[in-house]
Design a protein around this ligand. Sequence first.
Ligand SMILES: [Zn+2]
Length: 165
Amino acid sequence: MSGQMRSTTVHVSESALDTIRAAATLSHPLETGGILVGVHTSRYPWVTHAVEFATVERGHTAYRLPAGVTRRAVRRLRDLDPRVGYLGDWHSHPMDVPASATDRLTTVTTAVRTMQPTLLLIARRVEDQYAIDLHLARGVRLRTCAIIPTGDLPVPSTENEHTHG
Ligand SMILES: [Zn+2]
C-alpha cells in the first residue's frame, strides 16, 4: 500500500536554494558541497542558509568536507544570528543519480550521534539544470522531504524584549 505515504515537509529559504544551485552550476562537472544551517521549528527543521566549502578533495563522483570548516562556519553565522545552528550537509551530483548508500549512511550516522534530525540535500543534474532532493534522518530513519521555499528568517526584534517583562 504505497498510496499511504505521508510526506515530510521542510522549509528552505529561497536564498539557500539559490546558493546551492549557483554553486553546483559553477562547479559543474565537478561536485561541490557544504552545510545547511537554520533553526529547528516545532516539527521540522527550517533551512535558512546554505554554505559552500571549497575543497580539493572532489571529483566527478566525490566530495568530502574539509576538516574543521563546519564548526567555524556555524560559529560565524551564529555571530550574526544566535538562533541558527547546523542542520545537515549538501553536495552536488553532476550526473542524474540520487543519494548514494554512502550519502545516506553518513547522514544517519550524524543523526544518531548528535541525536538531532539531520538533513541531506543533493543537487542532482537533470538535463541542463540542478534539481534539489532533500532527505531527513531521524535516528536511523531517512525520509524524502518535500521542500517549501520561504523567505529569509525574520530579523529578531530585541527592542520589545524589556518592555513586556
Ligand atoms: Zn553523493
